[in-house]
Design a protein around this ligand. Structure first.
Ligand SMILES: [Fe+2]
Length: 404
């Protein structure tokens, strides 16, 4: 049975949660603690909690301190913050220790879905060699702060582009990156030097994905990276795949979420490489050497050496942070959409164009153009594309991406 621990100093709230989640009692074991100290005692007495949901503002031990201790004691537990008054400062505190941040009051269905998804993630981890790899990395990275501040604004009752631009302007590094993006990777002719205008051009969805990618790169310490790893190259590759995926998606559909998710999945499809190269540099060098010596693709070498691929690790992390299923799938299967039965993520066969289609093709185009001979190249999964009756679109997609 799945186990979750709720921590809040407000007993009424805990009773409310009990009531709200009553019908899950047969499949979830739920425990409740009225503070960090009590919760830690409970964790010692009853081990095996999968998920913890904690308030931030509590008398005695504060939520961030409590979650920090959880992270030390049980790094495999999924940590969710459920708190009111998430101002800029508390959000930073929360983001340092949490995999997900929810604002009170939380819609019951939303909370149930988040918990169900967290339990599925625990299950994926238990059933696969990915657990050993992720555990060797220490704790799973928590959510990048700026990304969550933008998410908070987007999820507010009246999201404002202007406030998002203000959040970004306060961070000079991010401002420079956003301006560079609009000036180099969009078809805009005049130079853009205003964040508000840049925000408008990119749109909230694309901007938030770009900020997530930029923060993940920023958090990497270059001197800890695997020697064979080129950070700039991965950054450029992500931007180009995102751009190509968006182009392909815009040609195939007018459905905005599919187009936006294609861009996001394209940007972030190789984020697992960044995690591997920074958290397990020695093992990653081994992967690179294996790929070079055997002429295999990175994915094949990762499976051989680590038992898990960068695609799976990236997908897992974004799944943990609550990104859309289509994005997770676009990442987990980007190199081989038909899928293998032994993968960490398995999905129903697709019947139409999705972000996965866009990312798979965009990544292939990009690798074809890059012409590096270090590792075996990506291949187009024609069986998958023919199954979607899109095999004959490839030539046109190429033309579109070449002029993008
Ligand atoms: Fe890639």
């Amino acid at each position: 049975m799945k186990r979750v621990l709720f921590v809040d100093d407000d007993e009424n709230l805990l009773n409310g949660l009990k009531h709200m989640l009553h019908r899950m009692r047969s499949s979830w074991h739920m425990s409740f603690a009225t503070g960090g100290e009590q919760a830690l005692l409970l964790m010692e007495a009853e081990q095996g909690f999968d998920v913890v949901v904690s308030d931030l503002h509590m008398p005695g031990m504060q939520g961030a301190e409590f979650l920090g201790k959880v992270c030390e004691k049980s790094p495999e537990m999924i940590r969710i913050v459920l708190s009111a008054n998430l101002g800029a400062e508390s959000l930073i505190e929360a983001a340092n220790v949490a995999h997900q941040i929810l604002a009170k009051p939380c819609d019951p269905d939303h909370l149930r879905n988040i918990l169900a998804r967290a339990f599925t993630l625990c299950e994926r981890m238990k059933n696969s060699t990915v657990k050993t790899t992720l555990m060797r990395m220490g704790t799973l990275p928590s959510v990048p702060v700026l990304y969550w501040r933008i998410m908070e604004e987007i999820n507010s009752p009246e999201p404002s582009l202007e406030r998002v631009a203000q959040i970004i302007s306060k961070d000079p590094g991010m401002t420079a990156k956003v301006l560079k993006l609009v000036n180099t990777h969009t078809a805009h002719k005049d130079r853009v030097s205003n964040v508000m205008y840049a925000t408008h051009m990119l749109g909230l969805e694309n901007l938030k994905s770009f900020v997530l990618m930029a923060e993940l790169f920023e958090n990497v310490k270059e001197d800890e990276l695997s020697e064979g790893f080129d950070l700039d190259e991965l950054w450029e590759h992500g931007l180009t795949v995102g751009e190509y995926a968006r182009c392909i998606a815009e040609f195939e559909t007018t459905n905005r979420p599919i187009i936006d998710d294609s861009y996001t999945a394209g940007l972030l499809h190789d984020i697992g490489l960044l995690i591997l190269a920074s958290k397990l540099p020695a093992e990653f060098d081994e992967v690179l050497a294996h790929a070079r010596d055997h002429g295999s693709t990175l994915i094949q070498a990762e499976k051989k050496v680590l038992g898990v691929t960068h695609a799976e690790i990236g997908a897992y992390l974004l799944d943990l942070w609550g990104l859309a299923d289509d994005i997770v799938k676009g990442i987990s299967h980007h190199f081989f959409p038909s899928g293998d039965p032994d993968e960490m993520y398995t999905f129903e066969e697709e019947e139409s164009f999705t972000p996965l289609t866009a990312v798979h093709v965009a990544n292939y185009f990009c690798e074809e153009e890059a012409a590096t001979e270090d590792y075996g190249k990506a291949e187009l999964d024609m069986v998958y594309l023919e199954g979607l009756k899109l095999g004959d679109h490839v030539g046109h997609w190429w033309d579109l991406c070449r002029i993008a």
